[in-house]
Structures are given as structure tokens and as C-alpha cells.
Design a protein around this ligand. Structure first.
Ligand SMILES: [Ca+2]
Ligand SMILES: [Ca+2]
Ligand SMILES: [Ca+2]
Ligand SMILES: [Ca+2]
Length: 500
């Protein structure tokens, strides 16, 4: 959140977003839905006119369904509105100005209850739902000093030690201040974990970016450790029995070279081609053996029409109380063109992490196809982690089509995501067809991953943006919601489809 790449830069993350953003309906004709019995009640909340909006959700007012907390800004006014669901309808139960000095907001689960947090210059406040007034909570400097015009959310409250309880990791210029949550809902004393922010120095300015946090149990003692990438390896802070971390780091050198772990580093389209960059993609236990693994991504750009993307996986092995890696990757996923993860989770339920990748290969043929037909094909490739690694070819492939309106230059924004809409614990594939229809391909839990035919769901959303999935009404089934503006509408709406 510290900086955003300028429009002239094309970053890997932007490409991934673009790829994810521009996918449309599966090419085979959708027959009407099976018997998964998906039914939703559609609601639309008018949140007024605004330049920006941030939507958080959480149970703040005591109802059965999450409240929607909507932050908006227009001119120099920043407002917070709270919408609560009662019986069959949403209503606004609070509207007020956002306190001056608030930089970011986030939702945390603390002691089993949701808590709305606000970061300001000197620390973290929590916003008391009895009065909606911020109360001083945790004091700490961070790298964020000035409130922006809008009220962005920033994920500073999340689980950093793998025990399922939200913790707080606040980035400063020299590292992180970390509070871990105890099972009784109290916090351990904060620890300072050194990890200097990386600076990107421009002509007259420098922007700072906090190091990404990674989790692995480096020494195998059963406590999750926290790590940062720094100069050729991981700096590991050992987890302690309290749930907190020991501020004396261990160095874990990687036997392979990376350019950076900064996925927002741009590579110059329109400038020079012929570039290869390797980034740290993620640290996770991909092969499910309980030991942390390192995944890197490499993009080779040899020209506008000549790019390839590869993800390499180095499986961790435990030797003498430490995790070690080999120089040569244990398995890889590679494809021509640009690819980016759409989903990373255990899709077939064997305890190993599987990928859904969107891949896009630019070429003359693609451009001609767009000009002639206004549409272009994409692949959604699913790779299942097997005994020895990922298969060379995708285990499951779905073809998707992208529609482009050449007149307006607009992509009819249809999106793909994965969530558990059926409530059976298995991820389903969710394809936004247009503003009024979402196709759900229920997950099968088997090697074919998803049913061939979708369940068609009527919604009252928009095709300009991505639907968000969360179980707002706590019935075990993900609900759908998104904020949007109708093409000719003056006010912003939040559309909600609640599972019945
Ligand atoms: Ca935790
Ligand atoms: Ca592993
Ligand atoms: Ca799996
Ligand atoms: Ca639900």
C-alpha cells in the first residue's frame, strides 16, 4: 500500500490483475443448473455519490449477519456508514465523518469478536460500535504518516503465526512491530522484528515498501516462524511457545538467485525487451509434508509477442534442525505468454496445494481475432500437486473468452474467482457472466475439480468489477457482494447476494 506503480509501468501484479479482470464466460454453452440448490436473496444498497469507496464487513452491531462498513470520500469529506441486516432488509444505522488522521482501516477478529481498527500516525485505534468514535488502543510508530484523501483498507491485522487467530503486524521503516493474539483474546507484548523497508528512489522522491512476511517452521519445533526475504535468503525469526517471536534472527541462505521479492517492480514495456526477472513468489508448504517450500516466478520478456512465465518450486528439506533448499527446482509450472495465479488452495483435498492459473499469450493472431470478432480466448489452467510435483501439462483446463468493446475500449469485465458457495467445504469456480448472472461450477473434490455444467445464479450486481466472496450470514456458504456504479447512475451501490 505504500506506493502504487504509475500508469506507464506494467508490473507483474498489474498484469495478473488485468488477466484476472478480463476473463469472461466459459466457451462451452452453459446449460441450466444442476441440483446444487443455490438460491440467493438479492439486495442493493444505495450508498450515495462518492469518488472512492472501501467496503469492510464484520459483526459489530450484534446481528446474525455481518454489518457492511462503507468508507467513502468526495472532495475533502471522508465518511463512514454502517449498514446492518435485519430480518429481510439492509438499513443504515450510522453515518458520520471519518476522524481526522485516520490513514487505513482493517477488520480484526479478537477474542471471537470482530473489531474495526483504524491506523493513525501514532498507532492503532479501534472504533467502538457503541459510539462509532475511535478509541486509542495500541501505540506504535509505523511507516505511514499522512492520511490519504480516501480511506483505504490495509491488511495489518491477520494471522502471522498460523494458529488461526488474527495478529497485528505493523510495518515501520526498520521492520515490523508484531502483536500476537493469545487464545483468551489478549495480546502478547509487541516484538520488534528488524527488516528494513526497501526504498525505490526516484528523481526527487523515494517511496518505501514494507517487506513481505512469510511463514514457515524453519527449525521444525512445531512453532511457526516469521521470515523476510533479504539479500539472497530468508531472515527467520523463530516462533516461541507464547505464540510470539524471538527477535534474534537466523539467516537462511537460498542456493538460487532472485532479482527481488518486490512483485510491483516494473519491467519496461515499450522500452527495452530482452529481460528476465526472477521474483520470490511465495513461501508455503506446497507439497504438504509440513516443511516450508519456496516458490519463485520468472518472466522472460524477449519482445512484445514473446514472453514466457515460469513458477519454480524448491521443496524445503529438514537437516539438523534447519530447512534447506536445493539450487535446482523440484518442480515447475511454465507456460508461454503471461500467466498469473487465480487460485492457490488444496482443490482436490489431498493436503497438497494446487494452482489455478490464468494464462494469456499475446500474438498477431490474437489481435486479428479481437479486430474481427471482438473477443479473444484465454486459458484457465489448473495444476494439481502430485507425489513428485506439478504435472507438465495442466490437469484440468477450461477455455474462457474475453469480450472487448472496441468502440469504447472497454473490456466487458467478467471475472473468475473461487469460493465455497455450496457449503460442502470444497471450493467452487465462480464465473461472472454479466451484471445479472453468475455461473457456479461446484467443486467435485475429485481429479476433474469442477462440474462440467454450471449452476446459473441470478444476481443484481455489475459486470464492471469483481464480485467478492465471504460468508456474510454465517450459514457455511459464501455470499457475494460488490460495490459498483450503474453505467448511467449517479450514485454508488453495494449489491449483496445472501445465500438462502
Ligand atoms: Ca495468530
Ligand atoms: Ca513442503
Ligand atoms: Ca491438492
Ligand atoms: Ca452465507
Amino acid at each position: 500500500m505504500a506506493s502504487r506503480p504509475g500508469p506507464a509501468n506494467v508490473s507483474v501484479e498489474n498484469l495478473r490483475r488485468t488477466v484476472v479482470a478480463t476473463v469472461v464466460a466459459l466457451s462451452h454453452n452453459a446449460a441450466s443448473g444442476a441440483d446444487a440448490g443455490l438460491a440467493y436473496d438479492n439486495h442493493e444498497i444505495n450508498i450515495g455519490d462518492a469518488v472512492s469507496r472501501t467496503v469492510l464487513h464484520g459483526r459489530l452491531t450484534g446481528g446474525e449477519t455481518d454489518d457492511l462498513i462503507v468508507f467513502t470520500h468526495a472532495d475533502s469529506t471522508r465518511q463512514m456508514a454502517v449498514y446492518t441486516y435485519h430480518e429481510t432488509a439492509w438499513s443504515r444505522c450510522h453515518l458520520g465523518d471519518v476522524a481526522r488522521g485516520i490513514i487505513f482501516v482493517d477488520m480484526m477478529e479478537l477474542g471471537g469478536e470482530d473489531r474495526l481498527l483504524a491506523l493513525r500516525r501514532g498507532g492503532i485505534d479501534w472504533i467502538d460500535p457503541a459510539t462509532w468514535v475511535p478509541r486509542t488502543w495500541l501505540a506504535s510508530p509505523s511507516m505511514y504518516k499522512l492520511p490519504p484523501q480516501d480511506v483505504p483498507d490495509f491488511d495489518f491485522a491477520r494471522d502471522v503465526n498460523g494458529d488461526g487467530l488474527d495478529d497485528i503486524a505493523l510495518p515501520g521503516f526498520d521492520g515490523y512491530t508484531v502483536w500476537t493474539q493469545r487464545p483468551d483474546g489478549t495480546l502478547n507484548d509487541p516484538v520488534e522484528l528488524a527488516a528494513p523497508a526497501t526504498a525505490r528512489v526516484g528523481f526527487r522522491s523515494a517511496t518505501y515498501r514494507a517487506r513481505d512476511l512469510y511463514q514457515l517452521d524453519h527449525d521444525g519445533d512445531g512453532y511457526s516462524d516469521l521470515a523476510f526475504w533479504h539479500e539472497g535468503g530468508l531472515v527467520v525469526y523463530p516462533g516461541a511457545a507464547s505464540g510470539s517471536f524471538v527477535p534474534d534472527p537466523i539467516e537462511l541462505l537460498a542456493p538460487f538467485e532472485l532479482s527481488t521479492d518486490d512483485v510491483t517492480v516494473s519491467f519496461g514495456f515499450g522500452q527495452e525487451f530482452d529481460e528476465t526477472r526472477s521474483l520470490l513468489y511465495r513461501v508455503d508448504d506446497f507439497n504438504g509434508d509440513g516443511i516450508g517450500d519456496i516458490a519463485t516466478s520468472t518472466i522472460e520478456v524477449a519482445g512484445v509477442f514473446d514472453q514466457s512465465t515460469r513458477y519454480d518450486f524448491h521443496f524445503g528439506r529438514r537437516e539438523a534442525g534447519a530447512t534447506v533448499f536445493r539450487a535446482v527446482p523440484d518442480t515447475s509450472i511454465s507456460s508461454e505468454g503471461v500467466q498469473g495465479p487465480l487460485e492457490l488452495s488444496d482443490l482436490d483435498g489431498d493436503g497438497r496445494l494446487d494452482f489455478g492459473m490464468l494464462s494469456f499469450k499475446m500474438g498477431i493472431g490474437k489481435i486479428v481475432a479481437v479486430l474481427l470478432t471482438g473477443s479473444v480466448g484465454f486459458n484457465m489452467n489448473f495444476y494439481l500437486m502430485g507425489e513428485g510435483g506439478y504435472a507438465r501439462k495442466p490437469n484440468v483446463q477450461r477455455r474462457v473468452k474475453l469480450r472487448l468493446d472496441l468502440g469504447s475500449g472497454r473490456v466487458s469485465g467478467n471475472w473468475v474467482s473461487a469460493g465455497d458457495l455450496t457449503g460442502d467445504g470444497i471450493k467452487d469456480l465462480v464465473v461472472q457472466v454479466d451484471g445479472t448472472r453468475v455461473d457456479v461450477y461446484p467443486g467435485t473434490g475429485g481429479a476433474d475439480l469442477f462440474t462440467q455444467r454450471p449452476v446459473e445464479v441470478d444476481v443484481n450486481l455489475s459486470d464492471q468489477g469483481s464480485v467478492r466472496l465471504a460468508d456474510l450470514n454465517h450459514d457455511g456458504k459464501d455470499d457475494m457482494f460488490m460495490a459498483y456504479r450503474h453505467p448511467d447512475g449517479e450514485t454508488l451501490r453495494v449489491g449483496v447476494a445472501l445465500s438462502r
